[in-house]
Write a protein that binds this ligand. Structure first.
Ligand code: SD4
Length: 335
């Protein structure tokens, strides 16, 4: 028979459960061994400096979200880095257009795409997440929002990037090489293009990620790659882990790459095997395309175990934890 007292008790429990703050839920999810934590990992050699910046937050017991935002701002600000943020190579019409996204331990996320004139897209993405009911702002709307939030409008095209663009215009061959470190694959490999994807787990065991890029060099105006697309360039699930990608964004989007890696880890695969399987999916779908492009995935699971895999050799990633702050690891590859 229906027991009203029991129902009242249960619904009271339900109500108090619902009233649990998001942070209490995250605390309970993080009820695992945290011996390797905190930790931060990120793509490519420039990940070392970015990780070191993120570490300053993590070692003080700070939140992974703050760590990844601070970390990726280093390559975004680097005037010698032509693939992320300020000083990035422009599109084929000479506009520097930036893409970035960020995701936290609660599944909150924010993104900007094809945004011009603002040097730190990752911080704008974070404000889209925190201050709007939306996930993604693009183009002029993203710039307008950033300015309203107090960001300074500035010219992002540097003389050096402009020179490279004018050089490229002489042939205007629309086949920019991406990430293929092995120059024998790539005529014009000097326009190699790398994105920073960063994943961190803080001392409480909570995971966040960030991904930021100026996208494919000399792309069509308006082109958006995987980097600002939640599930493609970045995905975090605080129960499982996080993943991020670098390389030809179109192939990553087609396979919803980072989401796939996280789901494969959920099914029990190690981070490295999950990345490898996602790379194999890309190759299987378009074997001829895959021979001449680079895509790399980087992943971390809830225990702080990490791994990576790429189509081509030459992909590297940086790891930083209490033991070592400047570790650089060569990612394994299919070819
Ligand atoms: C894009 N995935 O725009 C980016 C580019 C990149 O390493 O990652 N290069 O498609």
């Amino acid at each position: 028979m229906y027991n009203r007292r029991k129902f009242i008790k249960l619904s009271a429990a339900g109500a108090s459960l619902a009233a649990l703050s998001q942070s209490a839920v995250a605390e309970s999810l993080s009820n695992i061994s945290t011996t390797n934590l905190p930790i931060v990992i990120s793509t490519w050699d420039f990940g070392i400096a970015a990780n070191q910046e993120a570490w300053k937050t993590l070692e003080k017991g700070g939140r992974a979200l703050d760590a990844v935002e601070a970390g990726v701002k280093i390559p975004e600000a680097d005037m010698n880095n032509h693939t992320v943020g300020r000083a990035g190579y422009p599109d084929r019409d000479g506009h520097v257009t930036l893409d970035a996204c960020i995701m936290d331990e609660f599944g909150n996320c924010g993104s900007v795409a094809a945004m011009e004139d603002i040097a730190h897209p990752i911080s704008v993405a974070r404000l889209v997440m925190e201050k709007t009911p939306h996930v993604m702002l693009v183009g002029n709307g993203a710039t307008q929002f950033a300015v309203e939030q107090g960001f300074k409008r500035e010219k992002l095209l540097t003389p050096e990037s402009e020179k490279a663009w004018k050089e490229w215009l002489k042939t205007a061959k629309y086949s920019p090489a991406i990430n293929i470190e092995n120059e024998q694959h790539v005529p014009g490999g000097k326009y190699n293009h790398d994105t920073i994807g960063m994943l961190a787990i803080d001392a409480k065991g909570n995971i966040s990620g960030a991904c930021t890029t100026s996208g494919m060099a000399f792309k069509l105006h308006g082109r958006v790659g995987d980097s600002p697309i939640i599930g493609a360039g970045l995905y975090v699930d605080n129960e499982v882990g996080g993943a991020t990608s670098t390389g030809v964004g179109e192939e990553v989007i087609r396979n919803v790459g980072s989401f796939l890696v996280v789901e494969l880890m959920r099914q029990g695969m190690s981070p490295e095997n999950a990345c490898k399987e996602a790379v194999k999916r890309i190759i299987k779908k378009k074997p001829d395309t895959a021979k001449n492009i680079q895509v790399g995935f980087l992943a971390i699971n809830k225990k702080g175990e990490y791994g990576a895999y790429a189509i081509q050799s030459g992909f590297s990633f940086a790891v930083c934890n209490a033991d070592k702050q400047d570790m650089l690891i060569k990612g394994k590859s299919i070819y």
